[in-house]
Design a protein around this ligand. Structure first.
Ligand code: FAD
Ligand code: NDP
Length: 642
């Protein structure tokens, strides 16, 4: 099928009509305000606590950062993103001793530090998802690694590149101000030393700051009438409470649930992994569903060491080749044999979300959307048929079918989720898009019925957008950044929309880098993009410092206004690719339907500038590598400021 092929405009109209009806049921006038502002809530204060941290052990250590320190590289975030920034700096020739990492968490891992729910695993093949496998020589145990292994891998990376003792954990960054005279960022940090000691405030001077604070961090709780009356136990999946369920983060024996009625709210990617584990242990499990996930075959299996040694990891550069091969299949431009060969590679319409080959002229948008629906249909029908095949009760099977295309919500893959609904102790409570009515002292109320529960698991996702926020890379991290001439980054974003060169650095904010997420190429495999952008920034800095010779202590790197505007135009030119997202069922991708409301042309242009690279990850990679190969640092201004 080709864009522009006259055959493409025939995507089943009845199905599209059904998609629209299902979406309209779910559009809520309150948009993201349907979720609590956690800062105002006392009931969910526990979400501020780190259940995994060992304060006594940390308090006994010599701190790696002190108030007033002057350092070269400060990396904010100790997840795979922060680690990749640090590793690529080292690989580009910088000194590990000059790097410090700060995270509010009590250890490395980011997503894999905070999320420890039973059933947690990566949904992209671990051979390409886990960064730096070739360099660490590590073979994942399964095709899709489980949570503890993913977290341990973060520690392995930190150890191998000498970063384990360069991190200040339990430390939140609130703000950063550019000091143009000193050519330094003044970064405000607060170290939480646990309940027995006062917090420590400090300001660090850093030449370069990297914001690798992730996008799926802040647990989100729906406003539910009566929640404050609920007397049962509850927790969010990103702060799993094993004291309540039994088991540990590495042993998912949830034996304390044997005599408990458990409810789980939400059926997104997290719930799809947690439900099968809860179903094994709960006396009864109620799964409260507002919108079903699409659940395709997983095909989990242990890694075969022979296949690993002789095929998968045999050739030098295998991980990059395999990742790029995966990307090529995702954007329907296969480059060679399908090496990963899983559900992602056979989800041809997913590129509606991540971009693909071709630049769509505005007048071609309807045709483009029709093409995406045509790509989607066969897979969607197959998944719905799979549901009918697996789930024995036809009514339950019907309720578990998704009615939206693959680009609207993260597709899920699991071998045990759908079969869980055949168990006698599991009940699906589908709310037909309406969500819950509320809670009473001992029950969840849905569809006018009370379901008594002892334990309530909130699998209700993450706040991607803070209410009224600018969506800038630092706003997501809760960091106030003031650049040259007192410019607030959030004000810049609010006024102009996203403004960066290659998604990594912005005019008026020299020496401050991040891996998008606006204005970069994206793929289903987050770590691919994190690695690409980390390597890009390291390449830029190595070249910038090489140019100024030995006098590197005051070097600044910043996009020119013209360079930034030109990149913004390139993004905007390709943004029509994402037009189909406006028709999506609500979720975090559409800011719960709010982004569909943008009507004013100026606002649409602003939103378009904040899009990812519309031409797809393969082309984006080529563009970035070609720019690097030129060695000109075009669009950037490097000053020595000696
Ligand atoms: P994170 O891992 O989120 O790390 C950011 C860190 O920054 C956090 O530790 C946070 O505490 C810290 N931080 C943020 N703000 C501040 C601040 N102001 N001060 C101090 N510290 C701060 N992607 C995939 O491609 N495949 C998957 O299978 C996959 N599975 C996922 C499963 C779950 C449950 C979730 C939530 C996400 C998943 N993702 C997956 C997306 C995942 O977030 C990325 O793959 C990747 O791990 C992100 O890494 P990161 O370092 O950019 O961000
Ligand atoms: P999601 O945002 O995907 O899911 C939240 C769920 O809560 C949805 O089912 C939502 O319903 C439901 N919900 C919210 N409010 C209510 C309400 N008032 N009543 C009933 N239900 C409600 O969060 P997840 O944590 O599941 O996943 C977030 C992202 O994290 C994923 O998209 C993925 O990128 C990543 N992830 C990846 C995983 C992997 O496979 N490795 C595992 C886990 C997460 P509705 O859909 O109607 O809004």
């Amino acid at each position: 099928m080709e864009i522009g092929d006259p055959g493409v405009a025939v995507a089943d109209p009845a199905i599209r009509q059904k998609y629209t009806e299902e979406r309209n049921k779910r559009l809520r006038p309150e948009g993201i305000s349907q979720f609590l502002k956690l800062a105002d809530s006392t009931q969910f204060k526990y979400l501020d606590d780190d259940p995994w941290v060992d304060h006594a052990a940390f308090n006994a250590k010599t701190p790696v950062l002190r108030d007033g320190d002057d350092i070269k590289f400060l990396v904010l975030g100790a997840g795979y993103g922060g680690l990749l920034f640090a590793v690529h700096l080292i690989e580009a020739g910088f000194n590990a001793a000059d790097i410090r990492i700060v995270d509010v968490a009590g250890g490395f891992g980011g997503t894999w530090y905070w999320n420890r729910y039973p059933g947690l695993m990566c949904d992209v093949e671990s051979y390409i998802y886990m960064p730096l496998l070739e360099e660490t020589g590590y073979m994942p145990r399964h095709k899709y690694a489980y949570g503890p292994e993913l977290r341990a891998h973060a520690d392995r990376i930190a150890e191998k590149w000498g970063l384990a003792d360069k991190a200040l954990f339990r430390t939140v960054c609130h703000g950063s101000r550019w000091d143009d005279a000193a050519k330094r960022w003044l970064v405000r940090l607060t170290e939480n030393r646990g309940p027995a000691e006062p917090k420590k405030e400090m300001t660090i001077n850093a030449q370069y700051v990297f914001v690798a604070s992730g996008t799926l961090n802040a647990p989100q709780i729906p406003r539910l009438p009566g929640f404050d009356q609920f007397k049962g136990q509850h927790f969010h999946t990103a702060r799993w409470n094993y004291d309540i369920t039994g088991g540990t983060d590495t042993d998912w024996t949830l034996d304390k649930l044997k005599d408990k009625r458990v409810g789980i709210i939400g059926t997104g990617a997290t719930a799809v992994q947690a439900v099968p584990e809860l179903a094994k242990w709960a006396k009864h499990l109620y799964v409260f569903q507002r919108t079903p996930s699409s659940v395709d075959v997983r095909g989990q299996r242990p890694t075969d060491p022979d296949e690993w040694a002789n095929k998968i990891a045999a050739a030098k550069g295998w991980q990059r080749s395999r990742s790029e091969n995966f990307n090529s299949w995702l954007v329907n431009s296969p480059n060679g044999e399908d090496l990963v060969n899983d559900g992602w590679c056979h989800a041809p319409s997913y590129f509606g979300l991540i971009g693909g080959p071709g630049i769509i002229a505005p007048e071609k948008i309807p045709e483009h959307i029709a093409m995406l629906h045509t790509y989607d249909l066969e897979r969607a029908e197959k998944i719905r048929a799979r549901t009918t095949g697996v789930v024995k009760d036809p009514e339950t099977a019907d309720k578990l079918k998704h009615w939206y295309p693959a680009w609207c919500k993260r597709p899920t893959f699991h071998d045990d989720y759908l079969p869980a609904f055949n168990l006698l102790n599991v009940t699906l409570v589908d709310t037909d898009g309406k969500g819950l009515e509320g809670l009473t002292a001992d029950a969840v109320v849905a569809n006018g019925t009370s379901y008594p529960v002892d334990v309530l698991v909130l699998s209700t996702g993450f706040a991607l957008f803070v209410e009224d926020g600018s969506g800038s890379p630092v706003q997501r991290a809760g960091v106030k950044v003031i650049g040259r001439n007192g410019l607030d980054m959030d004000d810049k974003w609010t006024r102009e929309g996203a403004g960066t060169l290659h998604g990594v650095v912005s005019h008026s904010f020299p020496n401050l880098f991040y891996p998008g997420p606006s204005q970069i190429g994206v793929t289903a495999n987050f770590t691919y993009t994190l690695a690409l952008m980390a390597s890009h920034v390291a390449t830029i800095l190595a070249e910038a410092e090489r140019r100024v010779g030995g006098q590197t202590n005051r070097v600044t790197v910043e996009p020119t206004k013209a360079g930034e505007d030109a990149w913004g135009m390139e993004i905007l030119k390709r943004a029509s690719w994402f037009a189909a997202i406006r028709g999506c069922t609500p979720g975090y991708i559409t800011k719960e339907g709010e982004s569909n409301k943008v009507a004013d042309m100026a606002e649409q242009i602003k939103a378009g500038r904040g899009a990812p690279w519309g031409e797809g990850i393969v082309k984006f990679t080529e563009v970035i590598r070609a720019w690097e190969a030129e060695g000109e640092l075009s669009g950037l201004q490097v000053e020595a400021n000696v």
